[in-house]
Design a protein around this ligand. Structure first.
Ligand SMILES: Nc1ncnc2c1ncn2[C@@H]1O[C@H](COP(=O)(O)OP(=O)(O)O)[C@@H](O)[C@H]1O
Ligand SMILES: [Mg+2]
Length: 241
């Protein structure tokens, strides 16, 4: 089976500082794949590379078999990649409705956009009650839902999420994980970056572990949950099964 997304031998730099060392990973269509790693391991940089916000010095990103490294971010989004960035990055002064419609800015099929708007609100009924509210006044969990809903408005085949549960109350953490599963169930492939391995591995099919810019471990969620290296480094001794 060919991967929907693949990163091949990516080397990324910030000036003289190297952030990725021959980074390689694959995301199969239909899956939830997580990229785990501690602070400053290069997770957000991976997102930037996929979305064309940062150009690697060498290496290739392929989406659906086509090379996308080198394209602009709007071109990459138009190919079918949606993004839920770190810390949500909503348009705080705009309403929920306006934020959602911004997610469809690259689309020209107005009729389908209207249908998707209804479909997305069906997935996030809570947002329907908040359509006229300014996004900046919502709770963290609600903002995360707006960011996810906004990404879905672009009708992505792949959605990339950077630490979607960060800073949320436990109730919203569960809700967001459930929504990621629901979105995946609707046929959207998910690539998520997480510092919290035990949360991500609850819903992911497959995971990679990044350490200072290098993939040091890869496996199914089950394999990773039982791997002593993961348990010690990311799950804490308590999680030992
Ligand atoms: N804009 C930047 N300029 C310089 N160095 C950066 C920048 N962004 C990230 N880095 C460095 O790149 C490395 C990876 O960062 P990042 O991808 O943000 O890690 P993570 O998301 O895993 O916490 C870190 O050492 C970080 O300090
Ligand atoms: Mg980060």
């Amino acid at each position: 089976m060919t991967a929907l997304l693949s990163l091949e031998r990516i080397n990324t730099f910030y000036g003289a500082v190297q952030a990725h060392f021959d980074l390689a990973l694959e995301v199969e269509a239909g899956r939830i794949v997580c990229l785990l790693g501690g602070n400053a391991s290069g997770k957000s940089t991976t997102m930037k590379v996929i979305l064309g916000l940062l150009r690697p010095r060498s290496g290739t990103v392929r989406f659906d078999g086509m090379v996308i490294s080198g394209l602009t971010t709007p071109q990459i989004i138009r190919r079918g990649i949606g993004s839920v960035p770190e810390a949500r990055r909503l348009f705080a002064a705009m309403t929920v409705r306006e934020n959602l419609l911004m997610g469809a800015y690259a689309r020209r099929d107005a009729g389908a956009v209207a249908a998707d708007y209804e479909r997305v609100l069906g997935l996030f009924p809570r947002l329907r009650e908040r359509l006229a509210q300014r996004a900046g006044t919502l709770s963290g969990g609600e903002q995360q839902m707006v960011a996810m809903a906004r990404a879905l408005m672009g009708r992505p085949r792949l959605i990339c999420m950077d630490e979607p549960t960060m800073g949320l109350s436990p109730l919203y953490v569960d809700r967001v994980l459930e929504l990621i599963r629901t979105i995946n169930g609707e046929g959207v492939t998910v690539f998520m970056v997480e510092q919290n391995a035990s949360l991500a591995l609850q819903i992911a099919h497959f995971g990679y572990v990044l350490q200072t810019g290098r993939i040091v471990l890869a496996g199914t969620a089950k394999e990773l949950l039982h791997d002593p290296r993961i348990r010690d480094a990311y799950l804490g001794g308590r999680q030992a099964a």
